[in-house]
Design a protein around this ligand. Structure first.
Ligand code: ZN
Length: 351
């Protein structure tokens, strides 16, 4: 792989919010000086995928420093309010949480993601901390009050980009509806975990008009079809799911026409490396008989599809983080093996 400061040309495929197509970049002194679609006008030095607009669709960054014992169930670990993670977040010092947010954000940026969509625990203060610690975070907060408190939610939405709640199994349905309405009234994002541990009522979930749903491990084909019809993207987190011995129905979702996106979920389980997550996604997809190449679109799906209804957010994506993944001279575009496609990477400036 080339070092920063070198001159070289890359030919292969451009992957961004507009899709996947043949293209090239020319790099001088470590900065991109020309980018284009089609054939490279000079002899390429590298064949590869040129990826930008990567958005990590689902994270929880504050638990990045938490070391977890092996063999815990989903409920023991992440269910609010008494799961290990929630006890940790209550007990950890503010400085420790802020440090986790900073190092998580730095890791995410250095691995190519433009933004990460964080389901932020800790109410108003939790949102404020993340806002202060990371420019890359799209902050989806949740209130602390056990009942709907309009003042708290207004204050939360003054700071956050929207609301991200745990699940319809963990909260009163009326409360969730009020949160979804409050987010919509302010033109902000509402999103929710769905059918991660047990199958949940997708009709109720979709009645909340979420910008996207996360997980859907226990969803049926009919549940997935309803998401596809409603054009509600599904964010899959296969590495996180694997920790709990769950496998998301990625190939079925692709076959049923759903919009697939990707997230790395809890920092304590998975570092925010979206290219590595895309490799896991592609492997699960292939094992399930689907097209691994769908991983490329999933990397940028949230930037191109999901967030375009929230134009204020979309305008902040595309600041030029670009990742070059070598594919070898045959230019094989499919991430069928992590070794071929997903090894070295390099961040460059886009023109
Ligand atoms: Zn989550």
């Amino acid at each position: 792989m080339h070092n920063p400061g070198e001159d070289y040309a890359v030919e292969g495929s451009i992957v961004d919010r507009r899709g996947v197509r043949p293209g090239y970049i020319i790099v001088e002194g470590g900065a991109v000086v020309e980018t284009g679609e089609g054939e490279c006008p000079v002899r390429p030095d590298i064949h590869g995928m040129i990826v930008s607009d990567i958005v990590n669709g689902h994270t929880h960054c504050a638990d990045y420093a938490l070391k977890i014992p092996s063999g815990m169930s989903l409920e023991e670990l992440v269910a609010p309010p008494n799961g290990l993670k929630h006890r940790y977040l209550q007990e950890a010092s503010e400085e420790e949480i802020r440090k986790s947010m900073r190092s998580f954000s730095e890791y995410s940026a250095s691995h190519g993601a433009e933004r990460f969509v964080d389901f932020r625990e800790g109410g108003v203060n939790g949102c404020r901390m993340l806002r202060q610690e990371s420019e890359d975070a799209i902050v989806l907060g949740r209130p602390l009050s056990p009942e709907f408190d309009p003042e708290e939610v207004e204050e939360l939405l003054d700071i956050a980009d929207g609301i991200g709640v745990s699940s319809i199994s963990d909260m009163d349905h009326g409360y969730i509806e009020e949160l979804a309405d409050a987010a919509r009234d302010r033109g902000k994002v509402f999103a929710i975990h769905a059918s991660e541990r047990v199958r949940e009522d997708i009709d109720f979930v979709l009645s909340l008009d979420p910008a996207f749903v996360v997980h859907m491990c226990e969803a049926t084909d009919s549940d997935i079809s309803k998401c596809a019809e409603a054009e509600v993207p599904i964010v899959f987190c296969p590495t996180s799911n694997a920790y709990f011995r769950k496998v998301p129905p990625i190939a079925r979702a692709e076959a049923l026409g759903a919009d697939l996106a990707l997230g790395t979920d809890n920092g304590m389980l998975c570092a925010p490396d979206m290219v590595a997550e895309a490799a896991v996604f592609a492997k699960v997809m292939e094992r399930q008989g689907g097209p691994p190449s769908a991983a490329w679109n999933a990397l940028t799906r949230l930037s191109g599809k999901l967030l375009n209804v929230h134009s204020g957010i979309q305008d902040t994506i595309g600041r030029g983080r670009l990742t070059v993944l070598e594919t070898g001279p045959d230019g094989a575009p499919l991430p069928t093996t992590a070794g071929a496609v997903l090894r070295p990477r390099k961040r460059l400036k886009r023109l």
